[in-house]
Design a protein around this ligand. Structure first.
Ligand code: FES
Ligand SMILES: [Fe+2]
Length: 383
């Protein structure tokens, strides 16, 4: 892997060339897709089954599971998942369902403990999923504990993320899945941030929502008063690694580079990187020492989603100044996403109810949106 300065200098050069020519990376053609791809329930069921239930998904940051006994419980497509760091330091994922009669052994959310006691009849499991106590066993009858641990799901911890497949037979090799994109994610150094804040946002449907994470075409028009202030609208660099993508935006300060010799450049100040992991994870370095992590959870219908927004700060908010900077960043991305992107998305979603024979268009200046929809089609058909 080349060092980060070379990588960032390349990106700054490419962005500056587009800025000066008023151009952007482009796809070969305009792409069209019937709006049924956004709202047909049968298609939604088939696509989410083949994509979200069978591919590895990053369901937690390692930062959320810092110590032995740290756990995070969440739900994806109605499947309750429990991730926990065991005594041996390894994170495992389980179906959050008791082996007696299926109650979740812990509530959604996060915490830390030595064991999980089911709230229904008090069977207990350790941090590695083993059944360790059967309440009133002398009355219940003998249970073979070794074969009644929590059902384990395929998982791996890599690059500061906990990857999980939702179905027990969907084993994966995380290195194969990420390929060379792992080098890109390594640059994010995800183990070494401070988790400032996390929240869940209700959003419109999966594809309406995710499209907004993949282009710069809307930045001036929709985000002129928030994140758009910092970026050059309708300019992006597009790079792909299999299904995964990196999108690079130019910051407005790119203009300063026109008159500077390259030896004086500080390229990381003038571009903004977005790493988009297929199918539902985005890392966006909006300004300075903060990173916005967005995890998309498709809802029970094609019309709704939940987005988990995690705000990472380079340093803990130890001084009032650092705390204020993190607060400002967090509030700004909340406003941009909830009040601008999702407000627009809900209105788009409402219009989808009308149906009708029509297509959505993806411009040549929206190559990452095009790539995403091609990948959805490819995975939904072939897996
Ligand atoms: S369902 Fe968990 S102990 Fe009965
Ligand atoms: Fe947006």
């Amino acid at each position: 892997m080349r060092n980060d300065t070379d990588r960032m200098m390349d990106l700054a050069r490419r962005a500056l060339a587009h800025f000066q020519a008023r151009t952007t990376d482009q796809a070969d053609d305009i792409m069209r897709q019937p709006v049924a791809a956004y709202c047909d329930p049968a298609r939604y069921a088939a696509e989410t089954q083949r994509i979200f239930k069978r591919l590895p998904l990053a369901l937690a940051l390692s930062l959320e599971l810092p110590e032995v006994g740290s756990w995070r419980a969440t739900e994806m497509l109605g499947i309750p998942v429990l991730m926990v760091r065991g005594e041996d330091g390894r994170v495992r994922a389980f179906l959050n369902a008791c082996r007696h009669r299926g109650a979740p052994v812990c509530p959604e959310g996060q915490g830390r403990g030595k064991s999980f006691t089911c709230p229904y009849h008090a069977w207990a499991y350790d941090t590695q999923g083993a059944l360790v106590a059967v309440y009133g066993e002398h009355t219940f009858g003998e249970v073979d504990r070794a074969s009644h641990g929590l059902l384990e799901l395929p998982s791996a911890e890599r690059l500061g993320l906990v990857w999980v497949a939702l179905e027990a037979d969907a084993a994966f090799d995380i290195d194969d899945w990420l390929g060379d994109f792992a080098d890109e994610l390594a640059h994010l150094d995800l183990e070494n941030w401070h988790l400032f804040e996390q929240r869940d946002l209700a959003g419109p449907g999966w594809k309406v929502t995710w499209d907004g994470y993949l282009e710069a075409y809307h930045h001036n028009s929709l985000h002129g008063r928030t994140v758009g202030k910092y970026t050059i609208g309708n300019l992006l660099l597009h790079d792909v690694w299999g299904p995964h993508q990196r999108i690079t935006f130019g910051r407005r300060s790119l203009a300063e580079l026109v008159d500077q010799p390259e030896s004086a450049w500080e390229p990381e100040k003038h571009v903004r990187l977005i790493h988009s992991v297929f199918p539902n994870l985005s890392f966006s370095g909006v300004v300075g020492d903060h990173l916005l992590v967005s995890q998309l959870f498709p809802g029970p219908t094609p019309a709704t989603t939940l987005t988990r927004q995690t705000i990472l700060a380079a340093t803990p908010p130890e001084s009032a100044e650092a705390a204020a900077a993190s607060r400002l960043f967090s509030d700004m991305v909340l406003q941009a996403v909830r009040d601008e992107d999702y407000d627009m998305g809900f209105r788009i979603q409402a219009g989808l109810r009308a149906g009708g024979e029509r297509d959505f268009l993806y411009g040549r200046n929206e190559p990452a949106v095009q790539h995403y929809h091609r990948m959805v089609a490819a995975f939904a058909e072939t897996r």
